[in-house]
Design a protein around this ligand. Structure first.
Ligand SMILES: Cc1cc2nc3c(=O)[nH]c(=O)nc-3n(C[C@H](O)[C@H](O)[C@H](O)COP(=O)(O)O)c2cc1C
Length: 342
């Protein structure tokens, strides 16, 4: 039997296979952040296609934490009902589902909002990016509380777990890097201080919801004096202590212009997942230009990761898990109604 189609667990939740849909913004919400029929259909179709774990796109914990005006939100109780539709259809079709809790920080593009960041340093000088205002300490505390309230709403909406977005140059990631975080208080300076906010958010969310917590990070920002894989290993150990169950290992996104960015070839981020798994002693999800069942299987056999995320491939082929079942001759894993198609 293939490893890719074997059950796996994240915390105390069992997934029917190791195939993960990573979060992908669809920019399909109205400006109120409410999910609608598009989201239910979009995520439901991936459940029907056999994905083990669906991670719903970056969902803002505050309205100023949106990337765009059309992001999903979970900053208000009236947004719970729409999310419940998504979790229900995914559960009915055999998938587990997580919500990515996000704050855009200085990468907020909403004209109606003022972007905030650890320090008043813009992502880049071109529109739509603006100079963010540096967060005072009391607002950092409020943002932590927003993550916790959002996680509680996610639990109420039926999500099996949450993913905290600490990657791609959004707020929590901005705190990690010495280039975007130049604070001189408890949240800046040393590696421990720069990691503090993400670690505190993880701990507070875990304590509040007592569900599995995934933390997504960028393992490297590809700058000579920037955040790197060694920092990510140290962070992952701290996140594990704080209650994270698994690290979803991405990279980049905190700099408009990078210095050491690798070529985007198949599996280009996988080695980061392997190092964090081995040296940080915590399970990982690998992601980044993984497109075939055979590649995912090889990553699992090679001890690179515990789960495999297929992003753009699932946009092209929502039935990836079913085609994998055919390829691995495990057609009993294809629902009877579809089997004649394979
Ligand atoms: C349309 C699109 C939207 C994305 N939105 C998010 C997001 O909301 N949160 C996030 O962490 N990553 C986001 N990503 C990154 C993906 O989760 C994934 O890491 C990336 O696409 C690389 O994986 P792939 O090569 O399998 O597509 C997005 C990617 C795409 C293509």
């Amino acid at each position: 039997m293939s490893l890719l189609l074997q059950e796996g667990t994240i915390g105390n939740v069992t997934l029917k296979n190791r195939i993960v849909m990573p979060p992908m913004c669809m920019y399909h919400a109205e400006t109120d952040g409410h999910p609608n029929a598009f989201h239910t259909l979009h995520y439901g179709s991936k459940a029907l296609g056999g994905v083990g774990l669906i991670i719903v796109e970056a969902t803002a914990v505050e309205s100023r934490g949106r990337i765009s005006e059309n992001d999903l939100g979970i900053w208000s109780d009236d947004q719970i009902a729409g999310h419940r539709e998504i979790t229900a259809i995914c559960h009915d079709n055999g998938a587990k589902i997580a919500l990515q809790l996000a704050h855009a920080g200085r990468k907020c593009e909403c004209e109606s909002e003022i972007p905030v960041a650890p320090s008043a340093i813009a992502f880049c000088s071109d529109a739509p990016y603006r100079l963010p205002s540096a967060l005072p300490l009391d607002e950092i505390k409020n943002i932590k509380d927003s993550f916790v309230r959002a996680a509680l709403r996610a639990k109420e909406a039926g999500y099996d777990m949450v993913e905290i977005h600490g990657a791609h140059g959004y707020l929590l990631c901005e705190f990690l890097s010495p280039l975007s975080n130049q604070r001189s208080d408890l949240y800046g300076g040393t590696l421990e201080n720069r990691c503090r906010l993400l670690v505190e958010v993880t701990k507070a969310v875990k304590e509040a919801i007592n569900l599995p917590v995934i933390v997504r990070i960028s393992a490297d920002e590809w700058m000579e004096d920037g955040w790197n894989i060694e920092d990510s290993i140290a962070l992952s150990k701290a996140l594990k202590t704080a209650g994270a169950d698994i690290i979803h290992v991405s990279a980049g996104g905190n700099q408009a212009l990078t210095q050491t960015q690798p070529l985007f070839v198949p599996l280009y981020q996988a080695d980061y997942a392997k190092r964090i798994r081995n040296e940080g002693s915590i399970p990982t999800i690998a992601v980044g230009l993984i497109t075939t069942p055979a590649e995912g299987e090889a990553l699992l056999i090679g001890g690179v990761c515990d789960f495999v995320a297929y992003g753009r491939e699932l946009l092209r082929n929502p039935n990836l898990a079913l085609t994998a079942a055919k390829e691995f001759q495990e057609t009993d894993k294809i629902p009877a109604s579809f089997r004649r198609g394979f």
